[in-house]
Design a protein around this ligand. Sequence first.
Ligand code: FE2
Length: 387
Amino acid sequence: MHALNRSDIIDDGRAVALAWRDGTVARFHAVWLRDNALDPETRAPSNGQRLITVLDIPADIRIAAARVEPNGDLWLRFAPGGKEATFPAGWLADRIYDAPHERTSGWIAPGLECWDRSLEGRLAQIAYADAVDDRAALCGWLAAVRRHGLAVMSGVPCEDGAVCRVAELFGHVRETNYGRLFDVRSEVDPVNLAYTNLGLQAHTDNPYRDPVPTLQLLACLQNSVEGGESILLDGFNAAARLRAEAPEAFALLTRHCARFEYAGAKGVRLRARRPLIELAPDGALVAVRFNSRSAAPFVDIPYEEMAAYYNAYRRFAEIIERPDMAIEFKMAPGDLVLFDNTRVLHARTAFSGAGARWLQGCYADKDGLLSTLDAFESEVGAARALE
Ligand code: FE2
């Protein structure tokens, strides 16, 4: 385990420099340590919620005394006020911020893996019955959604609403103006074989909502048409390619907001103003929005940059269309796909012939999925630590 072997008060008490026995060194500010003290007056023992605000911390907070305890933890006394606090060495080691923060290496979060067509044979798959009965198997499947932004399930009951039951295995259905679930149902007129159901360009759903639904589930109840293959691709990989091939185009799409809107029945008017490629202030990739059908006129881009913006938009769309980007498969009744709607774009090839195609979908959110996964992984970690 981590243990400290040295602590030195620096910068006139505004910080402390720590050295661990494994050679790690890091500085922590007095204000940061006071804010994050672990004692019961600072953090509620029952739920871990902070009981102080930043205004409870003296603006001139200092570390008056510091020492390494015999077990390798850190003991401090703050001034003014004389508050004492102890920090486990491992807890501090997990929260070091005194390290180079590289925008370039950290722009795609650790643990996410960009993918292209080569994912086709490696797609995470689970049977519905296993997802219901085996929590470890379910969480392994959810971990694939966290890593790749998608996973597939087979053997889902071909019943109205089964798609919602899958969402409830790990979280909550996000109800929208489309209802708790929606039908994607097309029937081809058997007496008119010339009739073709058009393909759909790759897109993310509902970019006109703010926030967008972060997960989508699509279950297949019927698919006897010719064509109608499902196409999925990694929008983060498309953004990464754009960034590598045309950095200025990437910068334009991240710097300016696009607009999306939807006007539906019963007075539904939805609007959002967000970039096609959204970055956090430190440059980390947050989300991709791409949907030609619901893009509204762009009015937030200066006249001088509009032509270049359209060129960048076109370039991004061309990357999205590249055949090596996407996986393609035909959903059979009982198949379900779960994907991250802030990352993965979906499309459908055209279909024709006699028969019917009926998918049922619902939205959910990543917070529930990640919470289920985190709770499971913490339990597994705690059990391992006891072994
Ligand atoms: Fe869609």
